[in-house]
Design a protein around this ligand. Structure first.
Ligand code: ZN
Ligand code: ZN
Ligand code: FE
Length: 746
C-alpha cells in the first residue's frame, strides 16, 4: 500500500520536513518527504498511515499552519526500506504568506532577562514569533523585501540569523537594542525607555494613549477607570459600543485566548473586572492577551510605577468611521482624541485590525478574521481554473483573491461608508495582487446597484479588462459556508442576515434556498413586511414594529395605541411613521430577519434604537440568555405568527426575558420545520447556516440542536465569519463556476 500525501499550508521554512521525518520513524512509515514549494509531498508505506496523518495535524511545529491534507492511494509496487527527506524541484506554486504571530514564551522571557542583550527590546522576535504580513513588501519573504530593510543587522544578530541551531535562524525581522527600530513619542522629545515610561505614566494617571502595534494603532487606557472610559467614549464618538480590553492575565482558561494568533475573544464578563461602561448591557466582554513585546513592556517596566492597571482598553486607533491608523500621519489625527501617541519607525505596510472570535461548542467561532489569520488561504477541492478577485460586501468588508483552489481572504477593511475606507480597499487589493502574484481574470461583487463595493469592482474590471460577475448577497453567504466546509453538493441554505439586495429588487435577509456552487433557487423566506423610513428603519427597530403590528390589526388607531403603550417613541415620531405607511412613502418590501430581531428587541423594551450595528439583536440575545426558567415552545409556522404571539404576550405583561428566549426557540423550530419540508420536497438533507444573524450563538445552538435530532447534516461557520466579513469567499467560489457563462461576452 503506497500513499501519496500532500500537505498544504504554511509548511516551508518552519522545520516541517525534519518534523515529518521524526514522526514517520515513530509510526514506522517508510517512504520520502519532499518540499514542492507550494506543498509538502510525502510518499508513505506502513500500517499506521491514518494515525500518522492525525499526528501530522495535531503536532505540527508552532509556526506551521496546515490547511489541508490530501491523501491518495497509489497503485505502485515500490518498496521503501527507510524514510528520508529528499530534495526535489520546486513546482511553480502558490504563495503562502504567514500571518503575524504573537510574541512567544521564550522571547517574552528574554525580554525581561537583565542579562540578555535584548533586555526590554520592544521589537524582540524569533523564528516562531513576530510580525510577518504587516511588514512584507513582496515575496519571497526576505529582509530586503520587508520594512526591516532600513535596519541592517548588527554582527550579533547576523550570527544568530545564519546559525542553524539558533532560535533566530532565518527569522527575517530579527533585531536587537543595537540594530532594531525605536519607539518614540509622536511630536515629542522622548525616545525608547523614556517614551515607554511616559506612556505608562499617562495611562496610570487616567489618561488615554495611542500605541502603535503590529497592524495599526490602538487607543489605550485603564479599563477600570470609569471617568477615563467615559472620556474616551466622548472623544471617539462612541456612546455605547463595547470596547475590547487587553489583560495581563485572566482566570479563564481558554486555548483560543492563548493561541499564537491572539484574537479578541468574547468571554463571560464575570471573568474580568472592568468598569461597567466598558461593555454596557452586555453579558460578554472582548478580551485579548498582550501579543507584542511592546504590550508586555507597557504592562511591566522597571520604573517607579508599581500598581500599573492589569486591564487596559485596547480599541482601534481610528477617527470614527475611518480605517485604523497605521502611520504617523494618520496618528497625528489621534492626538485630538488622546493625550500622547507612542509610535515607532518600523513601518506597517498592510493594515491588520485585531481579529474577533466568539466561542461556540468549546471552539473558536470567528466574528472578524484579520490579524493572525489573514492572509492564510482557505483550501477548497473545487477544481478552480480561474484567478478571481472577489470584492466582498459593503459592511465589514474583506476581499478575496483566489487561484488553484486557494482562497486568500484579506485582512478586515471595514465599512465602505467613507472615502478613506474605500481608498484603503482599493490600495489593499492592489497590494495583495502584487504580493500573491495573482492577476485576476474575473472580478466578482454584490448584486446591489448602489454599493460602493460594486463601483470599485467595476473600476477593477475596466482597468484590468476582465469580466465582472455579480452575486446575490445571501447566496454568497451560503457559498462561503460551503467553501469553508469544503462541501459542494446541493444544500438547503438558510441565510439569516441583515439586509441584502434580492434578485427581485426587494430587500432580502431571511432566506431559504437550494444552493450549489453552480446556482441557487430561493425556495422560501420569512414573512415579508414593510420597511418604511429608509435607513432609519434599519437602526430603529420600533419603526418596523409599527408596520408589523399594522399587519396584524389592519387598523392604524390600534397601531398607535399599542405603539404608545410600548413606549416606542415620542407621539409625533409614531405619527410620522404611521403617515409613511398609510401613504406608502419610502416603503420597501423586506424579508430581513435581522430587522425582525431588532423589532422584537424593541417590542420587548430592550433596545428601540441601535447606536451600533447589531446592538438591538445583541441585547435581545443577552436577555434571552438570562432566562433561567422553563419555556414553552411557540410552534408557529411563520415568522408573522411568531411575532403576533410574542406581541400579544408582551401586551399581557409576561416576563420579557422568557419571551425573548421563546422567540429564539420559535425561530429555531421554524428553521427546522422549513428544512424538513424542503427535505421532503428535494431529498436534500444537508443544511448550511450562514448570515450575520447566526453570530447569535443562542440561535445557532438552538437551531443546530434541532436539526441534529432530525438527522440533518449541518454546515456552519467556524474560521470564516457568518457575517458580511465572509461573503467574499462565497463570491469567489461562485465565480469559479459562473465564468463560463460570461466569458463568451469577452
Ligand atoms: Zn519568539
Ligand atoms: Zn542586532
Ligand atoms: Fe450579509
Amino acid at each position: 500500500m503506497l500513499y501519496q500525501i500532500k500537505i498544504f499550508g504554511i509548511v516551508q521554512g518552519v522545520g516541517f520536513r525534519p518534523f515529518i521525518d521524526r514522526l514517520a520513524k515513530e509510526f514506522k512509515i517508510l517512504g520520502t518527504v519532499a518540499n514542492k514549494g507550494s506543498y509538502v509531498e510525502i510518499f508513505a508505506q506502513g500500517d499506521e498511515i491514518e494515525n500518522f496523518c492525525e499526528a501530522v495535524k495535531k503536532n505540527s511545529p508552532p509556526r506551521a499552519e496546515i490547511l489541508n491534507i490530501e491523501k491518495n492511494f497509489i497503485a505502485d509496487s515500490s518498496n521503501f526500506t527507510d524514510f528520508k527527506i529528499i530534495e526535489s524541484e520546486h513546482e511553480d506554486g502558490d504563495i503562502f504568506v504567514s500571518p503575524d504571530i504573537s510574541i512567544c514564551d521564550k522571547c517574552a522571557e528574554e525580554l525581561f532577562d537583565k542579562n540578555n542583550r535584548r533586555y526590554l527590546h520592544p521589537f524582540i522576535n524569533c523564528t516562531d514569533c513576530g510580525p510577518r504580513l504587516t511588514i512584507l513588501k513582496s515575496m519571497p519573504y526576505d529582509r530586503e523585501r520587508t520594512s526591516m530593510e532600513n535596519f541592517p543587522m548588527c554582527d550579533d544578530c547576523r550570527e544568530e540569523y545564519f546559525n542553524k541551531n539558533s532560535r533566530r535562524y532565518d527569522a527575517q525581522p530579527v533585531c536587537c537594542n543595537e540594530c532594531g527600530p525605536e519607539v518614540f513619542i509622536l511630536d515629542g522629545d522622548e525616545k525608547n525607555s523614556d517614551a515607554i515610561k511616559k506612556i505608562r505614566k499617562i495611562i496610570f494617571n487616567g489618561g488615554i494613549a495611542a500605541i502603535k502595534g503590529i497592524g495599526g494603532f490602538h487607543l489605550a487606557c485603564d479599563a477600570n477607570n470609569f471617568e477615563t472610559v467615559q472620556r474616551l467614549r466622548k472623544l471617539k464618538n462612541r456612546p455605547s459600543k463595547p470596547f475590547a480590553v487587553m489583560t495581563k492575565k485572566i482566570s479563564f482558561d481558554c486555548s483560543i485566548l492563548n493561541s499564537p494568533q491572539k484574537p479578541i475573544v468574547l468571554i463571560d464578563k464575570k471573568f474580568l473586572k472592568v468598569a461597567e461602561n466598558v461593555a454596557p448591557n452586555n453579558n460578554k466582554i472582548g478580551v485579548m492577551l498582550p501579543y507584542t513585546p511592546l504590550h508586555l513592556l507597557i504592562f511591566d517596566y522597571p520604573d517607579e510605577i508599581k500598581n500599573f492597571p492589569n486591564v487596559l482598553i485596547m480599541t482601534s486607533g481610528n477617527i470614527s468611521g475611518e480605517p485604523l491608523a497605521i502611520n504617523d500621519d494618520d496618528a497625528k489625527k489621534l492626538l485630538k482624541i488622546c493625550d500622547a501617541v507612542l509610535t515607532h519607525n518600523r513601518e506597517i505596510l498592510i493594515r491588520a485590525d485585531d481579529s474577533v472570535a466568539d466561542i461556540f461548542e468549546n471552539d473558536i467561532y470567528m466574528i472578524r478574521r484579520s490579524r493572525g489569520y489573514a492572509p492564510l488561504p482557505i483550501h477548497c477541492n473545487n477544481n478552480q481554473r480561474k484567478k478571481i478577485l472577489a470584492i466582498g460586501g459593503e459592511l465589514k468588508n474583506t476581499f478575496c483573491l483566489s487561484k488553484n483552489n486557494l482562497f486568500y481572504m484579506s485582512p478586515y477593511i471595514g465599512d465602505l461608508t467613507n472615502l478613506k475606507t474605500i481608498n484603503a480597499l482599493k490600495k489593499s487589493v492592489e497590494r495583495m495582487i502584487e504580493l500573491f502574484e495573482i492577476k485576476p481574470e474575473i472580478v466578482v461583487c454584490d448584486l446591489h446597484p448602489r454599493y460602493h463595493s460594486a463601483k470599485i469592482a467595476e473600476e477593477f474590471a475596466e482597468k484590468l479588462k476582465i469580466p465582472l460577475i455579480k452575486i446575490q448577497h445571501h447566496y454568497a453567504h451560503i457559498l462561503s459556508c460551503m467553501a469553508e466546509n469544503n462541501f459542494f453538493d446541493e444544500v438547503i441554505g438558510v441565510s439569516f442576515d441583515g439586509t441584502g439586495y434580492g434578485t427581485d429588487g426587494t430587500i432580502w435577509g431571511g432566506e431559504f434556498m437550494i444552493a450549489s456552487p453552480k446556482n441557487f433557487k430561493r425556495v422560501d423566506s420569512i414573512t415579508p413586511f414593510i420597511q418604511a423610513g429608509g435607513d432609519k428603519s434599519s437602526v430603529e427597530g420600533w419603526r418596523n414594529a409599527v408596520s408589523m403590528i399594522y399587519n396584524i390589526y389592519k387598523d392604524f388607531e390600534v397601531v398607535k395605541k399599542i405603539s404608545k403603550e410600548l413606549n416606542f417613541a415620542e407621539e409625533n415620531k409614531i405619527d410620522g411613521q404611521i403617515f409613511l405607511l398609510k401613504n406608502n412613502i419610502n416603503c420597501v418590501k423586506s424579508t430581513s430577519i435581522g430587522r425582525l430581531f431588532d423589532t422584537v428587541s424593541a417590542i420587548l423594551g430592550f433596545c428601540k434604537e441601535s447606536t451600533f450595528e447589531g446592538e438591538a439583536a445583541m441585547t435581545l440575545q443577552f436577555n434571552a440568555e438570562l432566562n433561567i426558567g422553563n419555556y414553552e415552545l411557540i410552534e408557529e409556522l411563520s415568522t408573522e405568527k411568531i411575532f403576533e404571539n410574542i406581541l400579544k404576550r408582551r401586551l399581557k405583561g409576561e416576563d420579557v426575558k422568557k419571551i425573548a428566549f421563546e422567540f429564539h426557540a420559535a425561530i429555531a423550530e421554524y428553521v427546522l420545520k422549513t428544512c424538513e419540508k424542503l427535505r421532503d420536497e428535494t431529498k436534500i438533507s444537508t443544511v448550511a447556516l450562514s448570515g450575520g444573524v447566526f453570530q447569535n450563538t443562542l440561535l445557532l445552538n438552538l437551531t443546530i440542536e434541532r436539526l441534529h435530532k432530525k438527522n440533518f447534516k449541518i454546515l456552519r461557520h467556524k474560521m470564516i465569519p457568518p457575517n458580511d466579513g465572509g461573503i467574499a469567499l462565497g463570491q469567489a467560489l461562485a465565480a469559479n463556476y459562473l465564468w463560463r457563462f460570461v466569458a463568451k461576452n469577452f
